[in-house]
Write a protein that binds this ligand. Structure first.
Ligand code: BEZ
Ligand code: FE
Length: 301
């Protein structure tokens, strides 16, 4: 298939281009690992099809190389611009879709994002993940079950989110650890904790990916969300978020295509003075509450 604007191609030119594809594909014929062979040959076919589809100019090829070089230069241990590129192209979500096929009501997965850290503190059930991060307090509770409805006790639940200014702790330069923690489901599979009501925030857009979004007129803003990663023995690890029902950014569009309807939850606003579920009182402050029941698929599905 060619684009509408493509100049007509002579039959000889067509043959020449076809032959090049065939030659490059054949160059991988001797790859000892059959999966690597399949991936490289398919990549070659798709890459050549793309170049031919848009009739890529030499100047555009140069620009693409410059862009990828800039993506490499800004990438280090703390910043992964290649993952960001994959995210804004929807490649991360497509990979997640391919690898987390729907299974008997298992909770949908979504994009991991770059802000997870693996040594977040443990909190008790009903504890607070804020650790000094500011924002509206939000009570989150739910259960972890398998796809047959059995409670999953002892599931490890990692949660992380940005503060009310739209920044994760790792985006500050003072080594703080805040708005992240892990906890374990109880013997009934139940969990509960205090977090912060999620707010929208932009993905890092001061690098080449941000420039690319600007050039195409796309916003870097993500819909408000709270990240979860849930692990339990013999069950598929779930990486997901919950989104805030009514957040206008859901309609506008999430910059990394992470929103799934099943993950949009009501965050019910509570008036000042409303008693909290753990018997507390937040005085003059409003707070919110949300429920997220998590269903884990069997491992290996
Ligand atoms: C995030 O949700 O934290 C995120 C996801 C993808 C790219 C950038 C940020
Ligand atoms: Fe996030």
């Amino acid at each position: 298939m060619t684009t509408d604007t493509a100049a007509p191609i002579s039959p000889q030119q067509q043959v020449l281009e076809d032959e090049l594809v065939a030659t490059v594909v054949a160059s991988f014929d001797g790859t000892p690992d059959p999966r690597l062979k399949q991936v490289m040959q398919s990549l070659t076919r798709h890459l050549h099809a793309f170049i031919r589809d848009v009739r890529l100019t030499a100047a555009e090829w140069n620009k693409a190389i410059e862009f990828l070089t800039a993506v490499g230069h800004i990438t280090d241990d703390r910043r992964q611009e290649f993952v960001l590129l994959s995210d804004v192209l929807g490649a991360s979500m497509q990979t997640i879709a391919v690898n987390n096929q729907a299974h008997k009501g298992a909770t949908d997965a979504t994009v991991f994002g770059p802000f997870f850290v693996d040594d977040a503190p443990e909190i008790p059930l009903g504890g607070d993940i804020a650790g000094g991060a500011t924002g509206q307090p939000c009570w989150i509770e739910g259960t972890v079950t398998d796809t047959d409805g059995n409670p999953v006790a002892g599931a490890r639940i990692e949660v992380w989110e940005c503060d009310e200014d739209g920044f994760y702790d790792v985006q500050y330069t003072d080594d703080r650890m805040a708005a992240r923690a892990h906890l374990f489901s109880d013997e009934h599979g139940a969990y509960r904790f205090w977090g912060l009501t999620p707010v929208p925030y932009p993905i890092p857009h001061d690098g080449p990916v941000g420039k690319m979004l600007e050039a195409v007129g796309r916003s870097p803003v993500r819909a408000s969300h709270l990240h979860f990663m849930v692990t339990a023995e013999n069950l598929r690890t779930l990486v997901t978020h919950i989104f805030v029902d009514g957040d206008p950014q859901i309609e506008v569009g999430d910059s990394v295509f992470g929103v799934k309807n099943s993950l949009i939850k009501e965050f019910a606003q509570q008036a000042p003075g409303t008693p909290t579920p753990d018997g507390g009182d937040l005085g003059d402050h409003t707070w919110a509450r949300a429920r997220f029941d998590i269903v884990l698929a069997p491992a290996g599905i």
